[in-house]
Design a protein around this ligand. Structure first.
Ligand code: ZN
Length: 330
């Protein structure tokens, strides 16, 4: 059971269940908006300018899998009256209040379903009235304030945005910016990146967990696959030297450089796994009397020997993904 923590979290955070237990929605009047702003200032939460069109706020959820914590991004062009929030993150009321207070939230986008990105979706929709959109329909939330709920519509210009699932290649205009959705499965099957072509001279890409600001990401096998991930890196590389805005860790200046580094890292890891299999006298199918999970454990011991015990399950997931890829390649 411990080997699949993401899936356990996922099962308990499916939205129909969450919606059924959600608190009654309320609407941000001017007074409540000012109250949120006041509370956010009291909490002294600091937004950081991350690119010409984006700012970000670090959520207070540091850990072995989240580095310093989740970066929640705000997209807003100069002069825009509304903002788009990407990955409101974990359910932390201070963090959400600060995000909700920094401008009228028109739309919420989710990069993928992992809890540290999507857990607060329903609560944040309650706070802001804004719809939440993700690739997986189970993680979309309609705009609170829609007639179906018997609540008056909010003064949101894009009320036709009703929490529909994101589509690869779709261009969203919100927060005064053009936001292009790019499907990038691999870390998870539902991972997407958001390309802002007008953000600075080379544009920018909000990469979620597909590319991190430090280290490398995991392939959350069996949800993500290495084949998908390698294809996604190739797709991202085609966007050129855009600014990288990751969901964890610092901003990176050049998408091409980091894609090349990630691709080189993946090749190196695959070579290490091949060498480990040779040393163990096995192949990626774990034939003979060895169970597949025993093989995963032994390969992880050899290839990820430096890995902290707290993220051992993630290393094992990556080994499973690499063995699956080698099996398919044979
Ligand atoms: Zn993730």
């Amino acid at each position: 059971m411990l080997r699949h923590p993401f899936r356990l979290h996922l099962a308990s955070s499916r939205l129909p269940f969450r919606l059924a237990t959600a608190q009654p929605p309320f609407h941000p009047t001017r007074a409540s908006h000012l109250l949120l702003l006041h509370e956010a200032r009291l909490q002294n939460m600091a937004f950081e300018r991350s690119s010409p069109l984006t700012r970000r706020l670090l959520a207070p959820n540091p850990g072995p899998m989240t580095l310093d914590g989740t970066n929640s991004y705000l997209i807003s062009a100069p002069g825009s009256e509304t903002v788009v929030v990407v990955d409101p993150g974990p359910r932390n009321e201070d963090h959400l209040a600060a995000l909700a207070a920094d401008g009228r939230v028109e739309l919420v986008l989710i990069t993928h379903h992992h809890r540290d990105h999507s857990e607060a979706s329903v609560r944040f929709a309650e706070l802001t009235g804004a719809p939440v959109r993700a690739a997986d329909p189970a993680f979309c939330v309609p705009a609170f304030g829609i007639p179906a709920l018997g609540i008056p519509a909010l003064d949101i210009p894009a009320l036709d945005i009703t929490g529909e699932p994101l589509v690869d290649g779709e261009v969203i205009e919100a927060g005064g910016a053009r936001i292009r959705v790019i499907a990038t499965p691999g870390h998870t099957n539902d991972s997407v990146c958001f390309h802002l072509p007008d953000d600075g001279p080379n544009g920018s890409v909000l990469t979620g967990d597909t590319i991190l600001g430090r280290g490398t990401t995991i392939i959350a096998d069996p949800d993500g696959t290495l084949g998908d991930y390698l294809r996604s890196l190739a797709v991202l590389r085609e966007l050129g030297p855009a600014t990288v805005l990751p969901a964890h860790g610092p901003v990176l200046p050049d998408l091409v450089t980091i894609c090349d580094a990630y691709l080189a890292h993946r090749r190196e890891r695959l070579d290490q796994v091949r060498r480990a299999l040779a040393e163990l006298g096995s192949d990626a199918t774990a034939s003979g009397d060895r169970s597949f999970e025993q093989l995963v454990g032994r390969v992880t011991d050899l290839v990820y020997s430096e890995t902290d015990a707290a993220v051992r399950f993630a290393a094992e997931a990556s080994v499973r993904a690499q063995l699956a890829w080698l099996r398919a390649a044979d």
